[in-house]
Design a protein around this ligand. Sequence first.
Ligand SMILES: C[S@@+](CC[C@H](N)C(=O)[O-])C[C@H]1O[C@@H](n2cnc3c(N)ncnc32)[C@H](O)[C@@H]1O
Length: 381
Amino acid sequence: MTPPITPPIAPPITLIERWRRVRDRLLCSPRFHRLATAFPLTRPIARRRARDLFDLCAGFVYTQVLFSCVRLKVFDQVAQQPLTVDELAVRIQLPVHGAERLVRAAIALRLLESRDGGRIGLGALGAALCGNPGVQAMVEHHALLYGDLADPLPLLRGERDHRALASYWAYADGNNPAALTTAQVAPYSALMSASQHFVATEILDAYPFSRHAQLLDVAGGEGTFAISAGRIAPALRLTVFDLPAVAERARANLAAAGMAERSTAVGGSFIDDALPEGADLITLIRVAYDHDDARVLALLKKIHAALPREGTLLIAEPMRSMTGDDPMADAYFGFYLLAMGRGRARSFAEFRDLLQAAGFTRIEPLRSRAPLLTSLITARR
Ligand SMILES: C[S@@+](CC[C@H](N)C(=O)[O-])C[C@H]1O[C@@H](n2cnc3c(N)ncnc32)[C@H](O)[C@@H]1O
């Protein structure tokens, strides 16, 4: 006779959980909403919630307004001098009614601004974008992401068919990445290089690179970060390791930056090949989040083996906050990496566990002024 199944014992409901359940019931009730909007003390909260909810519903439309401005180079057009809608329409080759609609939407989103004489100039957010070609390149490549996310449910169910973003990041499927051709790596390598400038400034301000003799930037792309590090630490020798077709581009860039003498670019795959030895500082920038835990752990072990005693690993990428209320890591990267087919953003604690398992000690977060761009962790061999 099979023994009777004992149902699992539910944990006791805490006072705070009881309150949350009451709150959920209230917030779901249309009557409560009507009362909250009518009562002067709760009205501002009700309005803010309604606004937040509307922004969530409209998010895709907002990004398409931004995408249109970037694709048509609207910000560049009005950056020199404000233009009338008619003048702008000619320059961006839209009919006046299309330009008018775009301009109104962009003004509402603070991308553009109405100026004297019925002209249009840069808004606060448009001005920030104008000086940042890296973000503009990111916005353009989002066309692939939104195509893939048109119906996210098959992705969430783990049903995969051909996805544009997975083809763009051609190494994502992990099948013989070292065989990728220049044509396959060029688009993502150029995007990474264009968006590297602000990340590099953040990292170089946060950590003293001139303390070290040799840097190895693992999966260092076209060498943009290594070149920036070489500029602020003139005695630092530089090695970039990346897939062969990418390393070739890094070699050319290092030479063009006048750093051929003190640098090398090594082609290989960190999945199959050992890493070059000799560096007392290894950087891993915007790499780990592309990969699952097993591969990250294997990579960290290789980095540990390549470092001398007391050698340092510096990890830099956007990370999850400990509170789990971070839209950038959990919503944006969560769905971006789902569409790409691999990887996840990690918290400091998750990295600490992986680093400890790989043999690292003295694992510490480093203060970052712009966690939206990157968080930082150092660890010692
Ligand atoms: C998101 S990009 C980051 C590039 C650079 N670190 C940066 O921040 O601009 C990831 C990099 O990992 C490289 N990569 C992916 N798989 C690799 C592998 N198996 N071995 C070596 N490099 C790899 C890619 O070619 C790409 O340059």
